[in-house]
Design a binder for this molecule. Structure first.
Ligand SMILES: NC(=O)c1ccc[n+]([C@@H]2O[C@H](COP(=O)([O-])OP(=O)(O)OC[C@H]3O[C@@H](n4cnc5c(N)ncnc54)[C@H](OP(=O)(O)O)[C@@H]3O)[C@@H](O)[C@H]2O)c1
Length: 283
């Protein structure tokens, strides 16, 4: 069987690749991206660029299974455009089964952000074009939260648009789940929601950050204009400010307040507890 992995030079795709090299050693693994991953032999690499649709068909030809990892491109419209081009190319190339990494907020329609719209568009295109496909909606990565927490430590406060709960998941658990689904003998269901083991409130996660860092940390609610102002003062480009505000909106809407047993179903192990995952990510 030929298994193609996009984003294989990145952190998530790289971990999926490393796991499959062990667990799916009897299959042909093919890394797909703009440049080869350090860990993959050049013979197992095909060049593709989500922004150059003409590169996609040849890259996906002959694949039995294909994992589509979105890029971190936050430019307006990029996510939906890139993923839809890849889904069209996979359908045209006759890929056996497409595995799409999406996010829990793809389910949201109220006040949808550009990122939410991108995931929703991709999921719709997948259901229209690929009869054999699976969507993996993930909760928010512990590692991304840890990076935000570290930046907040000097100020002693983390902000949200409302008190909210999020079922943070470690990137390792996402990688384990995807690798499990990609090399299983049987094909996965049409849809999984990958979440951490519990949903954690703003106050609870501030408490965890305080405990792990040994520094005071509180959770506070601010308005959307106040949050936008605070982020703009950090000299971030407008589209990044808007993405961060939109992310806090999805938290406030409860889009990430869901706990499932799908990681256990795919890996045979419960997801890592938030405190242990956060301690690792904050090192
Ligand atoms: N749910 C969450 O909380 C959450 C948090 C973080 C990330 N994510 C999602 O998960 C994805 C993977 O995360 P990560 O930590 O592995 O990110 P990462 O380490 O930044 O890896 C991104 C990968 O995308 C590839 N890429 C970028 N632009 C590309 C293009 N135009 N064509 C083909 N490949 C391209 C990169 O390859 P190059 O070597 O060519 O740059 C790299 O392999 C992110 O992109 C994001 O969509 C979700």
């Amino acid at each position: 069987m030929k298994i193609g992995i996009t984003g294989a030079s990145g952190r998530l795709g790289g971990e999926v690749w490393a796991r499959l090299r062990v667990s799916a050693a009897n299959h042909a693994l093919i890394g797909l991206g703009r440049k080869p991953a350090a860990s993959s032999p050049a013979t197992n690499w095909r060049r593709m660029d989500y922004d150059r649709p003409e590169t996609l068909g040849a890259a996906f030809a002959g694949l039995d299974r294909l994992l589509l990892v979105p890029t971190p491109d936050l430019q307006p419209g990029a996510l939906g455009r890139q993923l839809c081009a890849a889904i069209d190319a996979a359908a045209d190339a006759g890929v056996g089964h497409v595995y799409l990494l999406s996010a829990l907020h793809a389910a949201g329609t109220a006040h949808a952000s550009d990122l939410t719209r991108g995931y929703t568009l991709a999921e719709q295109r997948l259901s229209e074009r690929c009869a054999h496909a699976t969507v993996f909606r993930t909760s928010f990565y512990v590692e991304t939260f840890a990076a935000m927490a570290k930046m907040s430590i000097p100020h002693g406060t983390m902000f949200g648009l409302a008190e909210n709960k999020v079922s943070f998941i470690s990137r390792g658990d996402v990688a384990r789940s995807l690798a499990g689904a990609l090399h299983a003998d049987s094909l996965p269901r049409r849809h999984y929601d990958l979440t951490g083991p519990v949903s954690v409130s703003g106050a609870e996660r501030a408490g965890l950050v305080a405990e792990l860092s040994g520094r005071p940390m509180a959770f506070a609610v601010m308005s959307k204009p106040q949050l936008r102002d605070a982020l703009s003062r950090a000299s971030l480009p407008d589209f990044i400010v808007e993405s961060l505000v939109a992310m806090q909106e999805t938290f406030a809407q409860g889009a990430f307040d869901l706990v499932t047993e799908d990681v256990l179903a795919l890996t045979g192990h419960a997801p890592k507890p938030m405190k242990a995952a956060l301690a690792e990510a904050m090192q």
